[in-house]
Design a protein around this ligand. Structure first.
Ligand code: ADP
Length: 261
């Protein structure tokens, strides 16, 4: 990333071109550094489960055949680490896919219906209640339904993981936008971590997140999904009180003639 050496500031065309070239080089370099960091982080994250798998497999090779209790423990550990690696690679592929934007199947999606369906599906894995509250019935957003569902699963999964109480999903409509908030009364996120939770592989409590199957990629995927839809993802959180993640997307609700907004 060699930049041009430019003379003192001047207004001539050549200077302007050189300046633009240098700015582009800066941007390229930033992207390159980010990409390199992603590869480093990804390799590190994949190495951990692989080390565990290798350790148990070595133990099994040496002593496993004669010790049934070791066999059981090893198979269990190898299985759960393999599941973790599968989740990690699936999420990394999702993040690395550059075609995401062009492959969106954008339609009017009934948000309440999607939230109800997704919540019902999530309740099979978690015990807590999920309450879906829509300001008015029939609120629609412009989105790719599959992507939106994926986003909802990430936010609900986190809320259910980091809270033992019931979760609330609030749907509201503004003039041209729809907001969907996933609200929990869980552990909350410390202020110093809030700015980083959308970063790839970032976890507030690494050890705990590992126990709960967290990879630190969920929220960066969520942010990416919201971004390709031209929306926003905001968070409010307080330690010991809870968190609220709010998605803002373009509205697709058909306004009846004469209806005020
Ligand atoms: P993970 O797979 O670890 O959940 P995410 O990217 O989804 O990764 O979240 C990043 C981190 O943000 C989590 O490890 C957790 O520390 C924190 N976090 C996310 N959602 C919540 C929530 N609802 N309550 C408390 N902490 C949360």
């Amino acid at each position: 990333f060699k930049k041009l050496e430019l003379p003192a500031r001047s207004n001539d065309e050549l200077y302007q071109m050189g300046n633009t070239f240098n700015k582009m080089m800066d941007i390229l370099q930033q992207h390159f550094v980010k990409q390199q960091q992603f590869v480093l982080d990804a390799s590190h994250e994949l190495k951990t489960p692989l080390t565990v798998i290798e350790g148990y497999a070595t133990m099994l090779k040496r002593w496993g055949m004669n010790k049934p209790e070791l066999l059981e423990e090893s198979v269990e550990a190898i299985y759960s680490e393999a599941v973790r690696m599968k989740k990690l690679t699936r999420q990394m592929l999702m993040l690395a896919n550059p075609d995401e934007e062009s492959n969106l199947d954008v339609q009017a999606v009934d948000v309440e219906k999607l939230c109800e369906e997704t919540s019902k599906w999530m309740r099979r894995t978690y015990e807590q209640e999920i309450r879906v509250e829509a300001q008015t019935p029939g609120i629609h957003v412009l989105a790719d339904e599959q992507r939106l569902k994926q986003l909802l699963v990430i936010l609900l999964d986190n809320a259910l993981t980091y809270s033992t109480e019931a979760i609330r999903v609030e749907i509201a409509e503004q003039a041209d936008t729809v907001t969907l908030s996933v609200i929990d009364q869980g552990v909350g996120i410390p202020p110093e971590d809030l700015a980083h939770i959308f970063d790839r592989f970032y976890r507030v409590d690494k050890a705990r997140a590992r126990d709960t199957g967290g990879t630190g990629l969920g929220l960066s995927i969520a942010k990416r999904i919201v971004d390709v839809h031209g929306g926003r993802l905001d968070v409010r959180s307080e330690v010991g009180v809870g968190s609220a993640f709010t998605v803002t997307l373009p509205s697709a609700t058909q306004k009846k003639a004469g209806e005020s907004e």
